[in-house]
Design a protein around this ligand. Structure first.
Ligand SMILES: C[S@@+](CC[C@H](N)C(=O)[O-])C[C@H]1O[C@@H](n2cnc3c(N)ncnc32)[C@H](O)[C@@H]1O
Length: 419
C-alpha cells in the first residue's frame, strides 16, 4: 500500500482508539480536527468513514480474532486489526494489502503479532457472512432487551449493521427533487438516497434547497405542525435541522442552545438555506423569555442511542452513566418549557434515544407532575399507526421500515396546555 493510502488508515485507527480508549465519540469537535490535521478533505472523509465502519463491524472482527489472541491487545493494535478485517471482509480489499497496512500502522514491537494473528485468521474457515450481526454494547443491550425483548433487539442489531442511507428534507417540491436527485420519496415527505457520496456536491446543496435530516428526526417538527406567523421556540436547537423545518413552515422562530460552537454551526446552516431566526445562546434552565410562545419544540439532550446506525462509535464511547444527569435535565426542561406556553399552546418533547427512561417514562412522569396537560394522538402524514406508543407519543425504532432502509430511533410526543 502506498504512503498516501496508508495515512487515512493510520488516522482511522487513531480515531477508533479515541473512541475505545478515551471514550470520546468520533465527532468530538476539537479531537476530530486534531486527529485529522493536515489531511486533504477527501482523506479526512475517508479516515472518518473507515473508522465508523470498522467500529460498526468491530464485534464481528473480535469474534474472528478471539481464538488467536491469548490476551486482549492494547487498543491501537486491536483497532488496526479490526480495520484490516473490516476492509477484507466488507469492502473486499485484498488481504495482503490490508494486513500490510495494519502491520505498518502499529508500533514496530507489535508488527510481528499483528502479522501472525491476521494471517492465522485468514487461514481459518470461518465465514464472515455467516456470523451473527454485531452485538450492541453490553450496557445498552441489557436495557434494550428489558424494554423490547430479545427478538426486537435482534432486529435492531440487523438494522445497526447496515450503513444507513442519506435522508434529506427539501424546502418544497419533494417529488421534483426526488426526480432530480434520483432519490426515493418517503411517506413522510423526506427524500432518501441509498448511495449519496459527497453531500456538498449534490444538486441543490449550494443553493440551499434542502438539508440533511433523518426521516425520524423530521417527525417532531411535523407533529408540532407550526403555522405561518406563529411564535415558536426551538429549545435545544443546534445544529438546526428542526429549526429549518419550523422556519420553512412559516413560523417566527426563536432558536436557543447552550453551546456557542453549536450555535455557530446553526447560524452557518441557516445562512446556507437563506433562512433567519432569533438565535439565543443560553442555558434553558436559566433563560426566561419576554413573552409566552404558541408552540415549543424541545429536542432534549439524550444518550443519542437512536442514532447508533449512523454513529456506531456511541456504543463504545458511552456506558450509560450520563443518564444520571440527563434524566433530571430532561424533566427540568419539560417543566420550564410548559411554563413558557400560552394557554392552548403546544409542546413537542423528543429525544433521539431508544431508552424508555428518556422517552415514554419522561412523558408519563411529566403528565403526573402536570395533570392539566393532555397528549395528542394526531399522527403526521406518512407515519405508521403501529408506531404509536401505548402511553401516548410515537416510538420509532431502527428496525422499522426494514425494506426502505430503516429509520433513526426517536421518541416524540405532542402535549397541549389547556386553553
Ligand atoms: C439533540 S441536540 C439538538 C439537535 C437539534 N434540535 C437539531 O434538530 O438539529 C441537543 C442540544 O441540546 C443542547 N443543550 C444541552 N443542554 C442544554 C441546556 N441546558 N440549555 C439549552 N440547550 C442545551 C445541546 O447543546 C445540543 O445542541
Amino acid at each position: 500500500m502506498t504512503q498516501a493510502g496508508l495515512e487515512p488508515r493510520r488516522r482511522a485507527v487513531a480515531l477508533m482508539t479515541q473512541v475505545t480508549e478515551d471514550h470520546l465519540p468520533l465527532h468530538t469537535p476539537h479531537r476530530l480536527d486534531e486527529v485529522l490535521q493536515g489531511l486533504p478533505p477527501e482523506d479526512r472523509a475517508r479516515a472518518l468513514r473507515l473508522a465508523t465502519e470498522a467500529l460498526r463491524w468491530a464485534n464481528r472482527s473480535d469474534r474472528l480474532l478471539g481464538p488467536h489472541l491469548r490476551m486482549k491487545p492494547e487498543d491501537p493494535v486491536l483497532n488496526a486489526m479490526r480495520l484490516a478485517l473490516y476492509e477484507i471482509n466488507v469492502t473486499g480489499a485484498p488481504s495482503h494489502a490490508a494486513v500490510n497496512a495494519a502491520v505498518s500502522i502499529v508500533k514496530k514491537s507489535k508488527a510481528g503479532l499483528v502479522n501472525a494473528v491476521l494471517r492465522n485468521v485468514g487461514r481459518t474457515e470461518t465465514d464472515w457472512n455467516a456470523l451473527p450481526p454485531p452485538m450492541t454494547a453490553k450496557w445498552l443491550r441489557k436495557r434494550l432487551i428489558a424494554r423490547y425483548k430479545k427478538d426486537a433487539v435482534a432486529a435492531m442489531e440487523i438494522a445497526h449493521a447496515q450503513t444507513p442511507p442519506l435522508d434529506i428534507t427539501v424546502k418544497s417540491d419533494p417529488a421534483g427533487w426526488a426526480e432530480k436527485l434520483g432519490a426515493s420519496l418517503l411517506p413522510t415527505g423526506n427524500l432518501r438516497l441509498a448511495n449519496a457520496g459527497q453531500v456538498s456536491v449534490l444538486e441543490g446543496f449550494d443553493a440551499g434547497e434542502w438539508w440533511v435530516q433523518d426521516a425520524g428526526a423530521s417527525l417532531p417538527a411535523l407533529l408540532l405542525d407550526a403555522k405561518p406567523g406563529e411564535r415558536v421556540l426551538d429549545l435545544c436547537a443546534a445544529p438546526g435541522g428542526k429549526t429549518m423545518q419550523l422556519i420553512n413552515a412559516g413560523a417566527d422562530v426563536t432558536a436557543l442552545d447552550i453551546s456557542d460552537n453549536r450555535v455557530v454551526r446553526l447560524r452557518e446552516n441557516l445562512a446556507r438555506v437563506d433562512m433567519t431566526a432569533h438565535l439565543v445562546v443560553a442555558d434553558a434552565l436559566e433563560w426566561t423569555p419576554e413573552t409566552a410562545f404558541e408552540a415549543i419544540l424541545l429536542d432534549a439532550p439524550c444518550t443519542a442511542t437512536g442514532t447508533l446506525r449512523r454513529h456506531p462509535d456511541l456504543g463504545f464511547a458511552k456506558d450509560g452513566t450520563e443518564l444520571e444527569t440527563l434524566l433530571p435535565l430532561q424533566a427540568a426542561l419539560i417543566d420550564r418549557a410548559l411554563t413558557w406556553l400560552k394557554p392552548g399552546g403546544r409542546l413537542v418533547y423528543c429525544t433521539c434515544s431508544l431508552l424508555p427512561e428518556e422517552g415514554e417514562a419522561q412523558l408519563e412522569s411529566a403528565l403526573k407532575r402536570h395533570p392539566d396537560i393532555t397528549v395528542s394522538d394526531t399522527l403526521p402524514t406518512g407515519v405508521d399507526p403501529a408506531w404509536k406508543a401505548p402511553g401516548g407519543g410515537l416510538r420509532l425504532r431502527p428496525d422499522f421500515w426494514p425494506d426502505q432502509g430503516g429509520i433513526d430511533g426517536f421518541f416524540t410526543a405532542l402535549l397541549r396546555k389547556p386553553a
